[in-house]
Design a protein around this ligand. Structure first.
Ligand SMILES: [Zn+2]
Length: 62
C-alpha cells in the first residue's frame, strides 16, 4: 500500500488494540456509539507503516 501522505511504499504489519469507534464527529469525548457511528473490532487488522512520515494506516472491516 502507498502512503496517503507521501506516496511511498508502506511496510505491512498488524494492528492490536481493544475498542475503537469510527465517527464523522471530530470532537467526541467518549467512544460511546452515537447515530451513524460504527463500532470497530480492529485487533488483528492489517496495518501499514510509513517510515518516512511516521504514519500508520489501519484497514478495518466493519
Ligand atoms: Zn509517508
Amino acid at each position: 500500500m502507498k502512503c496517503p501522505k507521501c506516496g511511498k511504499e508502506m511496510e505491512q504489519g498488524y494492528f492490536y488494540g481493544q475498542r475503537a469507534l469510527w465517527s464523522k464527529n471530530g470532537d467526541k469525548f467518549t467512544i460511546l456509539k452515537g447515530k451513524d457511528d460504527v463500532k470497530l473490532f480492529a485487533s488483528g487488522s492489517p496495518a501499514y507503516k510509513c517510515e518516512h512520515c511516521h504514519k500508520i494506516v489501519v484497514v478495518i472491516d466493519y
